[in-house]
Design a protein around this ligand. Sequence first.
Ligand SMILES: Cc1ncc(COP(=O)(O)O)c(C=O)c1O
Length: 385
Amino acid sequence: VIYADYNGSAPPLPAVREYLRKRLDSDLFANPNAIHSMGQRLTKGIEKSRSIIAEVVGCYPDQIFFNSGASEGISHIISSVLNKSASSKKIVITSPIEHIAVSAALNHFKMNHNFTIKYVELDLNGVVRPQSLEKLLRENSTSVSLVAIMAANNETGALQPYVEIASICTKFGVDYFSDTTQLIGKGEFDFLKSGMDFAVCSGHKIGALTGSGFIIAKEPTKLHSHIFGSTQEHGKRGGTQHYLGIETLAVALSDFNDKKTGLKTLQEARLDFESQMKSAFSEVIIIAEKAPRLAGTTLIGYPGLHGQAVQIELESHDIFVTTSAACSDNQPETSEVLKSMEIHEDLGRSVIRISLSYSHGKAEYSLLVQALKDAYNKLSKIHSY
Ligand SMILES: Cc1ncc(COP(=O)(O)O)c(C=O)c1O
């Protein structure tokens, strides 16, 4: 079996499984907010996890706020900034390739709170043009409350120029939130060096437990209390902490930190896979090919074929991929991200996304080459009758 949908959800890492096996055999389950010694031990575990994570992602421990994952973090950040913004600052700048968790949150403020959304331009590889952000900010700077532009695209894997974007936002004094869901634990990242104001992480994207995640906030006072309750997470998010999930976030990010040299092997194997597919089929197109991309993400298309048919063929070889964004899997049409890149329907409908992790390399991609060649050969014959 090759599970190649790590951008959709990564299975728990071997290190996380091993940790949990031992952890579940311990008797340390209690309310981490209790003052008895078991509660205190759990609190210590949470704070130790916070410090480990801060070290890996390049921030201070008190800039991290645990939650249930990226969607929650995104809603929390966007509503904190937009709810507090002055009535004269009703513009948000974003990109057309954001995950729906970002675009839907911004749309909510557009529909219900009179915000205007302005979009930066993309180049042909689906990478944001920083000059277009600079232009929008120059034209509207006194009215912009937030820039929300992702760090790595979940469909194409295209890395965005987030350091440059952050420095432009700093120049104009506007807060910058970057959706880092696909970057943290998958590529090099240092929050303080990035210049961002806010970032997010989802546990299940990095091999920790589903239902765990965190926000990083440069200035935590900018976050409002998003879930009312007790004083957990410095009052920003009430509710008893998901301490097992939090512990697995620290295990997963430590594992990434120890093994991130694997990213180079992964990238080389991925590039070799892509060039083998292109030389076998002149029709094959790698979306965002010329952009710097996440080491293990390929969005590959064969115009005229149906991505879902390709997916089913691969599944018969026990290889699991998706057609594009997981949430649009059952919609046999070009995704919004690809539409915004002006990708033709014929190509857009044909794509499959292959996403692997730093523990993978040549072995997985060799099997993928064979299976995908078989699938394309079979489907292109059927298609041409
Ligand atoms: C870029 C990006 N942002 C946000 C999310 C939302 O993550 P979650 O569903 O874990 O909340 C995803 C998940 O697909 C994503 O890829």
